[in-house]
Design a protein around this ligand. Sequence first.
Ligand code: SF4
Ligand code: SF4
Length: 365
Amino acid sequence: MSAPAPAPPMALLAELTHRCALKCPYCSNPLELERRSSELDTSTWLRLIDEAAAMGVLQISFSGGEPMLRPDIAVLVSRAVERGLYTNLITSGVGFAPEALERVAQAGLDHVQLSVQGVEDAAADHVAGLPGSAARKRLLAGEIARLGLRLTLNAVVHRGNVAQIPALVRLAEDWGAARVEIAHVQYYGWAVANRDRLMPTRAQVERATADLAAERARTAGRLVIDAVLPDYYASYPKPCMGGWGARHINVTPAGKALPCHAAETIPHLVFDNVRDRPLAEIWRDSAAFNAYRGTDWMRDPCRSCERRERDFGGCRCQALLFAGDAAATDPACRLSPLHADMLAVATRDSTADADAYVFRTPGRR
Ligand code: SF4
Ligand code: SF4
């Protein structure tokens, strides 16, 4: 009997471009950035939005790089609104005039996620690799408030700023955000090259966990605080993407459909391109989406584990990084034979005598 068709994805992450004015050393974009000349054109994105809505997707996030660098951003938002999708813009706030957001707001944008690198301008500018970037973000926050758009503040935290969680939450309050997302750096893409400069110590993570609890209590009923904690010091992995090919579909600037934005780090997978195949068909039938969907692909200890429907064996990219095998148990799990190795790497990197960041470079964009 063939496997039942998967439920449709809830969300589409539309990576419109890899171009970005910033150089974050933890950027999740791949090391080989897509060139502007290989980006999907407007008509292909419009078709994709139609296809996503028809297959039951509920939300579209326009991301990048910096999605506001696409001159057609308002056109794409408008089509998504027409098709009944909840629209979200994930922006660095830099590289465009704050007033440019008005056109996108008029197109019906529902929500903005604005990223910050820290609460002190000089340190935040250093991590972003661009002087003046923190001030630009403040200007955009003012514009978001003026336009009455719903705001989430995105803060990526690491060894250099993890102590700022209470201050980051206050910044979100000052800027009128309804939600703040505190995400510890995930170690793939550019972050792997900077792991010994970014990895927090176990004591820092414990302090961050306590800070989060205190801030949630202080802001209860006023602000939603979501957090992604690092799993290097954990006993069990995170349910990466809510399961491979279960809820999310990610389309790269050049049109590759991925189950997760880091999936291209798994070299044996071949990703279908939305230029060649309908989105619904890719979701249902493509080899890459079916490679780790559900639990049939698992080996022990995951195969016989009672948590397999809760965490889906963790992150495939992290398994590949440590085990050299994307079908292995995520080493963040205490049942993985590599769990102690992972902890040793975290302990070593968190106390490394770090020098300058390896900044994301424009490279082949
Ligand atoms: S993480 Fe930084 S460099 Fe990467 S896309 Fe976002 S703002 Fe740009
Ligand atoms: S063995 Fe696999 S399914 Fe069980 S907790 Fe560990 S990662 Fe999750």
